[in-house]
Design a protein around this ligand. Structure first.
Ligand code: 8YV
Length: 314
């Protein structure tokens, strides 16, 4: 029996690329010299696409794939993909939730420690030979500090657990209170920001959350407050963030994500009160392999006529 055809929209994890090659006839649209010709040739045969949540599925692509029924995306976030447009065409989206919770939460705590304990600056103190002339200055710490989590979802809950293990006072904001969770709920984000030392942003990027961490929220955090973003850059008003970090209106920031990745506002590079990461939340060997495996399992289930493993609710 001939293998099913699938289309890939971008470079995928090497393990996933290798697995797909053994099971399917893979057509990499992103490598095609003439994408329109490729779509014209194979479009009607494509029932499934493998992609990542950063790559859109524009209407003209969907138009060229009349029999598409599954978009299997690598990553938990799928903000570039228009889910209602897929649903309207009877296409289901799958993502890769849960398997990256630990890695993202671990990076969150790592950046918070690095910022609180000023690890990059203290490291420089040693490397630049300044230690013999004097000890590095005293720093703040996580233990005992107050943290507010914006988005107590799968990853947010894991972040909350780790913060609690550091004996931090944990609160959260989201659309709804979660009575089964032991943390304090704030219905109002500005109010929460005014009551905490740290604001961790880990909500999905949706039309309702874009720009949610605005100037008022950042000003409520204030000169000793710190914001951590491991979600999407566009949840925070980035120009206001840069301005407040520069002026001292906000104490610090630990940022794994940015509005225009991989471009980072250059004004951040010289700020001592900032930790910068190149979108590394899930970027460990183990986690990325687990994500790759989940994409492969969704495709496998789809072609076997089985229930999808991790469908995104329509
Ligand atoms: C990855 C992510 O950067 O899962 C997500 O939503 O942002 C990260 O895990 C990305 O998905 C890899 O393409």
């Amino acid at each position: 029996m001939s293998q099913p055809d699938i289309l890939t929209l971008g470079r995928l994890h090497p393990d996933l690329t290798a697995t797909l090659a053994t099971r399917y006839t893979v057509h990499p649209l992103w490598q095609a010299d003439d994408p329109a010709a490729l779509l014209a040739a194979v479009g009607p045969r494509i029932r499934a696409v493998a992609t990542t949540g950063h790559i859109p599925c524009p209407p003209e692509l969907l138009e060229a794939l009349p029999n598409l029924r599954l978009v299997a995306s690598f990553g938990v976030g799928y903000d570039a993909i228009d889910v209602p447009a897929l649903t309207a065409r009877g296409i289901t989206l799958t993502n890769t939730p849960d398997v990256l919770n630990d890695a993202v939460a671990e990076l969150t705590i790592g950046m918070m420690i690095a910022l609180a304990r000023e690890m990059p600056l203290a490291d420089r103190h040693v490397r630049e030979g300044r230690w013999p002339a004097g000890n590095y200055r005293l720093t703040s710490q996580l233990t005992g500090a107050r943290v507010g989590i914006l988005g107590l979802g799968r990853i947010g809950r894991r972040v909350a657990e780790l913060c609690a293990a550091f004996r931090m006072d944990v609160a959260y904001h989201g659309r709804h209170a979660q009575p089964d969770q032991p943390y304090r709920y704030y219905a109002d984000l500005v109010e929460m920001a005014g009551a905490v030392d740290w604001l961790v942003v880990i909500a999905p990027s949706t039309p309702a959350t874009v720009g949610m961490v605005d100037r008022r929220v950042l000003e409520a955090l204030g000169p000793t407050g710190r914001v951590v973003n491991v979600a999407r850059g566009n949840l925070i008003d980035e120009p206001a963030l840069v301005e407040l970090l520069t002026s001292g209106g906000l104490g610090g920031a630990a940022l794994d994500v940015f509005v225009d990745e991989p471009h980072v506002p250059a004004a951040l590079f010289d700020l001592p009160n900032v930790i910068l990461q190149p979108h590394q939340g899930s970027a460990t060997h183990i986690t990325r392999r687990a994500m790759a495996d989940l994409v492969a399992r969704n495709l496998e289930a789809f072609f076997a006529g089985q229930p999808l493993v991790t469908p995104v609710p329509a």
